[in-house]
Design a protein around this ligand. Structure first.
Ligand SMILES: C[S@@+](CC[C@H](N)C(=O)[O-])C[C@H]1O[C@@H](n2cnc3c(N)ncnc32)[C@H](O)[C@@H]1O
Length: 297
């Protein structure tokens, strides 16, 4: 989503940038998306409330008691607009919440007192000591990190979590039973991602990484399934279709993905209209959204 950030080719790491204006100046051919536009924040906010409705909660790790009793220290890594954190901070007023993101998309002034945001790059190492947080959360990063970066980010997340604390990941998976037209968009997205060494379908990988990490135990997961579109999925399916629309129709997707599909941007937009009709009239793909959590030993 959003605009692009340059990579340091030498190290294959994200170039450091203090704000999105710097990012725009450094723009190179598409490597990675950043939330530079208000529509990107909209998607993050919509996705948060969609997930919360689908799971009827903001987390699955068994931390409710700790959160309620207070003194729980929570970190949201790559927190974006901070919607998940703000929601959590309002619900658990006596616990403390921290968010970190590469970009200034989080609120700096108008926020509850128990929330702090910080600029930072998880791939440079989280700027916190070992064993600092009771619970560390990260969501919606499947289209961002390469597999190597996932390994690094997970190691960092576990490092800053206290022994006995929990880490949790919340991500969506692309549907596997989409109709032929929407499949063209999904296939192009997978191809674009693979060209950046990014795996869009990460469920098995995250589970695999956690299961092979000796410093964590009790890896658990929960999936929810929603049919895309109003016809089969009802209002929730319609909401998820709107999130899809925002993702596929906002800058820079039409320009970028159309090239992978051998289409002009105009043809891309026309075809996407047909994909929406396909979803509403014939095929309603079943989309999975999942949470994976485990405890640090
Ligand atoms: C798709 S958004 C997800 C935001 C948020 N987690 C949510 O669920 O709404 C991805 C976010 O990750 C941030 N990000 C990407 N790479 C990062 C990095 N290496 N360190 C910190 N934040 C990063 C982006 O700036 C963006 O806000």
């Amino acid at each position: 989503m959003g605009n692009v950030l340059s990579f340091s080719r030498k190290h294959g790491k994200l170039a450091k940038s203090k704000n999105t204006q710097n990012v725009q100046k450094k723009t190179e051919p598409l490597k990675y998306y950043l939330p530079n536009f208000i529509t990107d924040t909209d998607i993050m906010v919509m996705s948060h409330f969609f997930d919360r409705y689908l799971f009827q909660c903001n987390f699955k790790a068994p931390i409710e008691e700790k959160l309620t009793s207070g003194r729980c220290k929570v970190l949201d890594v790559c927190c974006g607009a901070g919607t998940w954190l703000l929601d959590m901070a309002s619900a658990y007023g006596s616990s403390n919440f921290f968010g970190i993101d590469l970009c200034f998309v989080f609120p700096t002034e108008i926020k509850p007192e128990n929330v702090q945001f910080k600029l930072g790059d998880v791939l440079e190492g989280l700027p916190f000591d070992d064993n600092t947080f009771d619970y560390v959360h990260q969501g919606h990063m499947v289209d961002v990190f390469t597999l190597d970066q996932w390994h690094f980010a997970i190691t960092e997340i576990i490092r800053v979590c206290k022994p006995g604390g929990y880490v949790e990941f919340a991500e969506p998976e692309l549907a596997t039973n989409s109709g032929p037209i929407l499949s063209k968009f999904y296939d192009a997205l997978v191809e674009l991602s693979e060209s950046r060494n990014v795996k869009i379908r990460m469920y098995d990988n995250i589970i695999g990484i956690l299961n092979s990490t000796i410093s964590v135990q009790n890896v658990e997961s929960k999936k929810e399934v929603i049919s895309l579109g109003l016809k089969k999925g009802g209002y929730v399916g319609n909401e998820y279709l709107m999130i899809h629309n925002e993702f596929f129709l906002n800058v820079p997707m039409p320009e970028t993905l159309s090239k992978f599909m051998g289409l002009s941007e105009r043809e891309y937009l026309e075809l996407y209209k047909r994909a929406k009709n396909e979803v509403e009239s014939v095929f309603s793909p079943d989309c999975e959204v999942y949470k994976i959590w485990c405890q640090k030993r």
